[in-house]
Design a protein around this ligand. Structure first.
Ligand code: NAI
Ligand code: MG
Length: 502
């Protein structure tokens, strides 16, 4: 399917955006080409057809964007704006995103491969709600006052209080699995706190961030408050995160790149939030109804084609019903319809890129070579587009690479266990600690298990459930700090202690 074939399927705004073909950088409230004149190509992963060219920002462009954000923070009207006016701008942006949600979902679908209907229902709704949730915090950023306790001045009259102040210029580097949603997870708390932002979307999926920049313009944000620069990791992301005028970096992506960014931040003492990879366990206890567990497990791994940081990629089932649950999950997998994201009948789309497809198929082969048995799936689907069959592996040992490393595709590793302590230990036996789900109605067992699990989120009888008010982030090598909730807002604020001797 090529671009001319699909315009009739698109809403007006999506079609008009795509028909432009080439897209510039959004810096200081204006659109400009990259200094180098270079562009990157983005493709529709379902058809491999080119859908747009975007600017490839070089270090000069990064510098221009960061300086614009720095000026907007220190000199522009943004810093003097009342919190209630910041909130109003954020709510206006949320309304605009809602008005154009269908167009954004369609472009997300074409760029990423995911279903437009699911993008509308999940990515867009969550993005809008998260922005509105964070808008509410703008007027609720409080310091505290304290009776003084200065030990060496007991008789002094002292007024002591704390102020919360925005950290300054934020660099947000986001991945391709939920492009617009991840951008808003960073932009929301940054704006609520009063920061300014330079956003770099992933090179595979730059388009909805550019549409968002248009809406930022329409909402009436002062120039330089939100800047969007497109480009790849080494050429654009690396100079951005190490720029000396950046005060905070918020990153979502691979653990490998997260570590590089963490090192770069430490050199400048730049504040940093890292939301990284995972290998999240799905733990089915012996009282669970096998059909419920199987449906839950299938959804936990196959949602967004497994390209989810908290995907339930390791399934632990009590041995007494292991065969039954695995057969049911495999049945769910085999029945999933693969197709183009704009096809309402498609339940699963392609992976985001050829690189990701090869990486995921490579892991399936590694699994096989280490002795895993392929219950269903097992490789690429079709010859065009980056489709991978939903795959279930058994016969996997705890030290096999497919049981330890993040695959980030529709590949589930299923393993039996015997007792609660054993499964807790095995669930924790990876470098990651992002999420975990427990499937049971045995209150006592569930509560005994929750404190044992080393993960930033534990779900019971659900998986990957998110709420704008609930902090999300990782233990261990799944990251540093939290997105969402008040915890995210706090990470965009400094605390200043003030002592006034009267
Ligand atoms: P990545 O971590 O390289 O890319 C994420 C973002 O970081 C992109 O915007 C990229 O341009 C940027 N980036 C890359 N190198 C950078 C650098 N040196 N400095 C600054 N920014 C940089 O992820 P990639 O290579 O696309 O995917 C590889 C694996 O990472 C996946 O297979 C998956 O396992 C994991 N991943 C995890 C995600 C999550 O949500 N936690 C999201 C995307 C990937
Ligand atoms: Mg990479």
């Amino acid at each position: 399917m090529d671009l001319s074939d699909i315009h009739h399927l698109l809403s007006e705004r999506a079609s008009a955006f795509l028909q432009r073909g080439t897209h510039d950088l959004f810096i200081d409230g204006q659109w400009s080409a990259a200094h180098s004149g270079q562009r990157l190509t983005t493709v529709n992963p379902a058809s491999e057809a080119v859908i747009a060219q975007v600017a490839n920002a070089c270090p000069q462009d990064v510098d221009r964007a960061v300086r614009a954000a720095h000026r907007a923070f220190h000199e522009g009207p943004w810093g003097r704006m009342r919190p209630v006016d910041r909130e109003r701008l954020m709510l206006r942006l949320a309304d605009l995103i809602e008005t154009h949600a269908q167009a954004l979902a369609e472009v997300e679908s074409l760029d990423n491969g995911k279903s437009a209907a699911i993008a509308r229902a999940v990515d867009l709704n969550m993005a809008i709600d998260s922005l509105r949730y964070m808008a509410g915090w703008a007027t609720k950023i409080d310091g505290l006052t304290r009776e003084h306790n200065v030990p060496f001045a007991p008789d002094a009259q002292m007024f002591t209080y704390t102020r919360r102040e925005p950290v300054g210029v934020v660099a947000a580097v986001v991945p391709w699995n939920f492009p617009l949603l991840m951008a808003l997870w960073k932009i929301g708390p940054a704006l609520a706190a009063g920061c300014t932002i330079v956003l770099k979307p992933a090179e595979q999926t730059p388009l909805t961030a550019l549409m968002l920049a248009e809406l930022v313009q329409e909402a009436g944000f002062p120039p330089g408050v939100v800047n969007v620069i497109t480009g790849d990791g080494p050429g654009t992301g690396a100079p951005l995160v190490s720029h000396p005028l950046v005060n905070k970096v918020s990153f979502t992506g691979s653990t490998e790149v997260g570590k590089l960014i963490g090192h770069a931040c430490m050199d400048n003492m730049t504040r940093v939030t890292l939301e990284l990879g995972g290998k999240s366990p799905v733990i089915v206890l012996d009282d669970c109804d096998p059909a419920t567990a199987a449906a839950g497990a299938a959804n936990a791994i196959f949602f967004n084609h497994g390209q989810v940081c908290c995907a339930g990629s390791r399934l632990y089932v009590h041995k007494k019903m292991f065969d039954r649950v695995v057969a049911d999950v495999a049945d769910h997998a085999a029945k999933l319809t693969l197709g183009h994201g704009l096809d309402p009948g498609a339940q699963m789309g392609p992976l985001v890129s050829q690189e990701q497809m090869e990486r995921v198929c490579g892991y399936i082969d590694i699994g096989r070579s280490q002795g895993a048995e392929v219950v269903t799936g097992g490789g690429r689907a079709g010859q065009r587009g980056y489709f991978v069959q939903p795959t279930v592996l058994t016969g996997v040992q705890p030290d096999h690479r497919v049981a330890r490393e993040e695959i980030f595709g529709p590949v589930l590793v299923a393993m039996p266990y015997d007792d609660l302590d054993e499964v807790a230990a095995r669930a924790n036996d990876t470098p990651f600690g992002l999420g975990a789900s427990i499937w049971s109605n045995n209150l006592s067992k569930v509560h005994r298990l929750i404190p044992k699990i080393q993960a930033g989120t534990v779900w019971v009888n659900c998986h990957s459930t998110l709420d704008p008010g609930m902090p999300f982030g990782g233990y261990k090598q799944s990251g540093f700090g939290r997105d969402l909730g008040r915890a995210a807002l706090d990470s965009y604020l400094e605390t200043k202690s003030v002592f006034i001797q009267l």
